[in-house]
Design a protein around this ligand. Structure first.
Ligand code: CP
Ligand code: NVA
Length: 308
């Protein structure tokens, strides 16, 4: 693995290894400083709380440092192109986390970069999120194979990565998304084929109720993603029947948990009752971003083996 642009850069074995390393890092912490002298650049065209803070803290805990380069410096990619940016930054940095509007921008950066590029969210994909999500599911249920997960909401970046990660780990993922907001056809195809190989399933469902029925995990994301603010009013109408509320959540298995990548828009995609219930594991999920990303940093910055 040189870069982490989408979950498709991984396979079942690399995920298993990453999770093993993640569990060890979470359990024991990291006493030595395997990334001492290394610098990570955080290139963010959009705002972030979890991704930025967890990467910065993770890098510090591993003995390295990070530099944040935000929307003001990047000027939406207008100041210079991805190729020049990545070439220059490769001369200073040991790794890059990029959060962009266009996924192609990250792909172009990775093509020009001689150091690892990690996708910290694009319009198409959010791989670090999905890895932390499935690590959290495994932590909760002790397995991934055969676990029924329902995703209710917009079939975009977070959903795409969850589909890909589920397909590689044998999860049974059911997705309910309004017409016009279903996941990209090529992601569905890829995930469907991979799921078959790993004894899982990734499929679309006709309604939120059908997706949630009997699920062990109910997952949702915001109705209006960053960059789509002009569509907010329309989306509020379209997505209203997809709200995760107590009525919908009751259709799930009695041991079901609620998950959300956060930030949550309470009262829209999820109600306070569900967010604040004892079944909600959204803060464990957020915490696990830190542990999973430390494992990713160790793998990509070349130190994964040294701490085994
Ligand atoms: N879930 C997530 O990526 O959060 P941020 O947008 O705050 O980084
Ligand atoms: N789908 C959301 C996820 C935020 C972490 C967005 O792209 O804004």
């Amino acid at each position: 693995m040189k870069h982490l642009l989408t979950v498709r850069d991984l396979n079942a074995e690399t995920i298993r290894r990453l999770f093993e390393l993640t569990a060890r890092l979470k359990r024991t912490g990291q006493a030595s400083r395997p990334l001492a002298g290394k610098t990570l650049g955080l290139l963010f065209q959009k705002p972030s709380l979890r991704t930025r803070v967890s990467f910065e803290v993770g890098m510090a805990q591993l003995g390295g440092q990070s530099i944040y380069i935000g929307p003001v410096e990047l000027q939406g990619g207008q100041r210079e192109g991805a190729k020049d940016l990545a070439n220059v930054l490769s001369r200073y940095l040991d790794g890059i986390v990029a959060r962009t509007y266009s996924h192609d921008h990250i792909v172009e950066m990775a093509a020009a970069s001689s150091v690892p590029v990690i996708n910290g969210l694009s319009d198409e994909s959010h791989p670090c999120q999905a890895l932390a999500d499935l690590f959290t599911v495994h932590e909760r249920f002790g397995k991934l194979k055969g676990v029924p997960v329902a995703y209710v909401g917009d079939g975009n970046n977070v959903c795409h990565s969850l589909m890909e990660a589920s397909a590689l780990t044998g999860v049974h993922l059911r997705i309910a998304a309004p017409r016009g907001y279903t996941p990209a056809a090529q992601v569905l195809r890829w995930a469907g084929a991979q799921a078959k190989r790993n004894a899982g399933t990734v499929e679309l469902c006709a309604s939120p109720d059908k997706a949630v029925k009997g699920a062990w995990v109910v997952y949702t994301d915001v109705w209006t993603s960053m960059g789509q603010e002009k569509e907010a009013a329309k989306r509020e109408k379209v997505f209203r029947p997809y709200q995760v509320n107590s009525r919908l959540f009751r259709q799930a298995d009695p041991q079901a948990v609620f998950m959300h990548c956060l930030p949550a828009h309470r009262g829209q995609e999820v109600t306070d009752q569900v967010m604040d219930s004892t079944r909600s594991i959204v803060y464990d999920q957020a915490e696990n971003r830190l542990h999973v990303q430390k494992a990713i940093l160790l793998e990509l910055l070349g130190k994964g083996r040294s701490i085994r």
